[in-house]
Design a protein around this ligand. Structure first.
Ligand code: CA
Length: 221
């Protein structure tokens, strides 16, 4: 797997590059965002491990430069910023995963392997399943041709569940991906969000689309 490591701490650069090469990754190292964009423009990577706090151009600047879909590399953000709002901002900016420093090297490896297994998302294509159609570009949703009036968070939740059908999303992950930087966000908030979305779907005639796996989370099978 070809990996670009973007990190300005020389110590972390050395340790990570050494560890990743030892388990078989091909690793290029960039020390700031401008250098990272140079590597990304010149070479193809499967994964980018991206620090957020970087000289010259920060991690968000690098995320903004990446193409939206297709052959875009998967991005795992490594950051000392540990607030839900930081994670949400990075995920919304196009990161695929987020790991808070300090972290265990084994966890980083496990997450990189999980990312490599994830199918490439064509983020702009319409999604269809069981009569439900979602258009991410216009943020519109329909059930059998009837427009569903979804709040932005309800749309985002439905989009995540439809994109990853069959995968159970724990509440904590839904919270990170969707609930946003709202300080009211909580497990209870996720329940309320799911309840509201299910009710709107049911009112339109689409019942039982979203399943609840007790103690595990929610999914569209
Ligand atoms: Ca840094």
């Amino acid at each position: 797997m070809n990996l670009l490591l973007v990190e300005d701490s020389e110590r972390l650069q050395r340790t990570l590059a050494l560890g990743l090469r030892a388990v078989g990754f091909t690793v290029d190292v960039a020390g700031d965002g401008v250098e990272a964009n140079g590597f990304l423009a010149a070479f193809g990577y499967d994964c980018v491990v991206l620090d957020l706090g970087l000289p010259r151009l920060d991690g968000f600047g690098v995320l903004r430069t990446l193409p939206a879909g297709g052959a875009r590399p998967r991005v795992l953000v490594l950051s000392a910023r540990d607030q839900v709002s930081d994670r949400v901002a990075a995920l919304n900016a196009g990161a695929d995963d987020y790991l808070v420093k300090p972290f265990a090297f084994d966890e980083l490896l496990a997450r990189l392997h999980a990312l490599a297994r994830r199918p490439v998302e064509a983020r702009c294509d319409a999604l269809e399943h069981a009569g439900v159609r979602l258009d991410p570009r216009s943020r519109s949703a329909w059930w059998n041709g009837t427009a569903l009036r979804l709040a932005p968070r309800e749309f985002a939740l439905l989009e995540v569940l439809m994109r990853h059908r069959g995968r159970v999303f724990p509440r904590t992950e839904i919270l990170e991906r969707i609930a946003g930087s709202d300080s009211e966000a909580s497990d209870r908030g996720v329940e309320v969000l799911v309840f509201g979305l299910r009710r709107k779907l049911a009112e339109a005639g689409c019942a039982n689309l979203i399943e609840n796996r007790r103690g595990a989370g929610y999914l569209i099978p």
